[in-house]
Design a protein around this ligand. Structure first.
Ligand code: ADP
Ligand code: MG
Ligand code: ZN
Length: 612
């Protein structure tokens, strides 16, 4: 025998042995044949908890103690349809572990097996083993229907609950209502309570909107159906709408459940940008969502959750009662919430002597996703240094790494910068509070957002059609409050006020050229709407000069009022700034308590302002 022949003999005999063994194994472990009805009944009873679909027509079920059953089904009918027809409760369906196998060894000729498959057999075996693993993982997320809608298993051991989400207490509280409804819908329906049909989660990217929606489903123990606006982006016109229709149909079939439409703002956007195709697609898809939501019969136990990064640009039709009538804002986390989020994401990592509070203090403006990323980066840094544990140093270094990543909008503050931001925002707030005609303060924050180092939120008391000149002046003053505070405290000004100045200048200009609020120029409108791109000016050089002069005058008047407040109420400014440095955010109530004097209680004398 040649060397080659003996090799072949050994391998062939090995294979034969393997075949015999596997056949023997099959004999020992033979599946018991059942009718389809009996098979489904065993699933319904919870006896069978694993099902393998072979070539779409054969079902092999296993019980917890590894008994095997076999049956056949119509290959055109999906298992999920069969289960639903047999009225297997969805909670049972989602506990089932389903795997698919599409190759059938029996159909492949033995000759072929011997000649070609031989070298691949071992590789195949390993691969199959691997495949089995990945399939099991993936079976926690099924995809359904034409729409490719995803569904998360509410009983997945890795599921996310409210416990895994730090901060966002108000959002959780509001969503608890939805959870309770989904847990015991009949209690609510019987008494005639109106349950929110649609809840919109609004917040900057990475603040946990998707996370929150999934947690809701897990808390309620109902299936979570998921489609995303961004998936519609490259679709042909009309596909978005039909997917929406399909998704709602599936959700209704599986109620109670949550249908989550993620990234609502992305629907049809990319194809849009001016071309009608994208616009039409967007309209059609949005319309379909509205139609479906309006079409819920009374007592439908589906709650539609949706998430968007930008609540301001949404179609108002979406927000009408009976649609997304509840809006929950998810803010960027404050320093305390950041610490909590860090705790969650560091808990499965090996750490030593770390101070998460310090990390939280240095990361204003980081979203939850940024913080999760930070923890991971710290672990990578530690591993690259061949360390066994993550130390504080890695965490601090990771801050920078996250910041330097692409598309960062947030800035890290040094201690000095934090102080500047605090005084700046406190300046806005103090001026707005003390002047009689400006809008009251709602919230002050030095968590940076976009270009701004911080922000002071003021909401108008009421939406009105008319505003007085004196109100504009005080509004201008509070816009310049940050600048005035910097000037008073640091005897200097920073670049941080640039955005304020832009807005203030623009407003001052409007007062003069549009509203006739300058005595010198009088009631003449030099403002031409819809002609922004027309460089041509239809007033004289002299008028232009006069306008510039009046803008300067009105701005200076506003600034002098702001400075008067700041200088007179300096100890309050210090107080607010100190609290801001520590807490980063001050809400309306606390702010008013800290100030201790009523709104509008200081009206500076109006030197050089004969006009007020
Ligand atoms: P969004 O949908 O708002 O863009 P995600 O829900 O996708 O944000 O959040 C991204 C990731 O950030 C989450 O998977 C989670 O790891 C982390 N994360 C965000 N917010 C929180 C939070 N409040 N608590 C814990 N982790 C959070
Ligand atoms: Mg998301
Ligand atoms: Zn400012």
């Amino acid at each position: 025998m040649t060397n080659q022949q003996s090799y072949l003999l050994i391998i062939t005999s090995l294979l034969v042995l393997l075949l015999i063994l596997s056949v023997g194994y099959q004999e020992v472990n033979k599946e018991q044949k059942l009718s389809l009805d009996n098979f489904l009944q065993k699933i319904k009873n919870g006896e069978i908890n694993r099902v393998m679909i072979v070539n779409r027509s054969e079902l092999i079920g296993r019980t917890a103690n590894d008994q095997k059953f076999k049956t056949t089904k119509d290959p055109e009918k999906s298992l999920s349809d069969l289960l639903k027809d047999y009225e297997v409760p969805s909670s049972t369906i989602f506990k089932l572990e389903i795997t698919q196998q599409t190759t059938n060894l029996k159909e492949i000729g033995i000759g072929l097996l011997l000649n070609i498959i031989l070298p691949f057999l071992l590789i195949g075996l390993i691969f199959w083993q691997f495949l089995k693993h990945t399939q099991r993982g993936a079976s926690q997320i099924f995809t359904f229907g034409k729409s490719g809608i995803k569904v998360y298993n509410p009983n997945d051991p890795d599921r996310i609950t409210f416990k895994d989400i730090a901060g966002l207490e108000e959002a959780k509280e509001e969503l608890m209502e939805v959870v309770e409804f989904l847990k015991t819908p009949d209690k609510f329906i019987r008494i005639g309570a109106r349950i929110p049909k649609g809840v919109l989660l609004v917040g900057p990217p990475g603040t946990g909107k998707t996370l929150m929606a999934r947690a809701c489903a897990a808390e309620a123990g109902v299936p979570f159906f998921y489609i995303s606006g961004s998936e519609f982006v490259e679709m042909f016109v009309g596909v978005g709408a039909s997917r929406v229709r399909d998704a709602f149909a599936i959700a209704k079939k599986n109620q109670p459940c949550i249908l989550f439409i993620d990234e609502l703002d992305a629907i049809g956007k990319v194809r849009g940008s001016g071309i009608t195709g994208g616009h039409e697609e967007r309209e059609q898809t949005l319309n379909q969502i509205l139609v479906e939501m309006d079409g819920f019969e009374k007592g439908t136990k589906v709650v539609v959750l949706s998430a968007t990064n930008r609540g301001d640009t949404l179609d108002p039709a979406l927000l009408r009662p009976g649609r997304f009538d509840r809006k929950i804002i998810l803010d960027l986390p404050d320093v305390k919430a950041r610490e909590e989020i860090l705790k969650i994401h560091i808990r499965d990592k090996k750490v030593r002597k770390i101070n998460l509070k310090q990390v939280a203090e240095r990361t204003p403006g980081f979203s939850g996703a940024d913080l999760a990323n930070l923890c991971n980066e710290a672990a990578i840094l530690a591993a690259r240094k061949n360390k066994e544990f993550i130390d504080q140093q890695e965490l601090l270094d990771a801050i920078e790494k996250v910041l330097l990543g692409p598309e960062r909008k947030t800035k890290a503050y040094s201690k000095k910068e934090k102080e500047i931001a605090a005084y700046h925002e406190a300046g806005h707030a103090i001026v707005a509070h003390y002047l009689p005609h400006s809008n009251p303060v709602q919230k002050i924050s030095i968590i940076s957002r976009g270009r701004a180092g911080g922000y002071t939120l003021k909401t108008p008391l009421e939406e009105r059609n008319f505003y007085f000149r004196k109100e504009f002046i005080d509004e201008l003053s509070s816009m310049l409050g940050g600048y005035a505070a910097e000037k008073t405290i640091f005897n200097d000004t920073t670049t941080g006020a640039s955005n304020d100045l832009e807005i203030a200048t623009d407003l001052a200009k409007q007062l003069i050229i549009r509203f006739g609020m300058s005595e010198k120029i009088g009631p003449i409108a030099y403002h031409k709407p819809f002609r922004e791109f027309n460089i041509e000016r239809d007033y004289s050089e002299k008028t232009a000069e006069l306008i510039d002069e009046e803008i300067r005058k009105i701005i200076n008047l506003a600034l002098s009022r702001a400075l008067a407040v700041i200088q007179n109420k300096k100890e309050k400014l210090d107080k607010i700034a100190k609290v801001l440095i520590k807490k980063e955010v001050i809400e309306k109530k606390q702010f008013e308590k800290l100030i201790g004097e009523p709104k509008g209680s200081f009206n500076p004398p109006l030197e050089n302002s004969e006009l007020i």
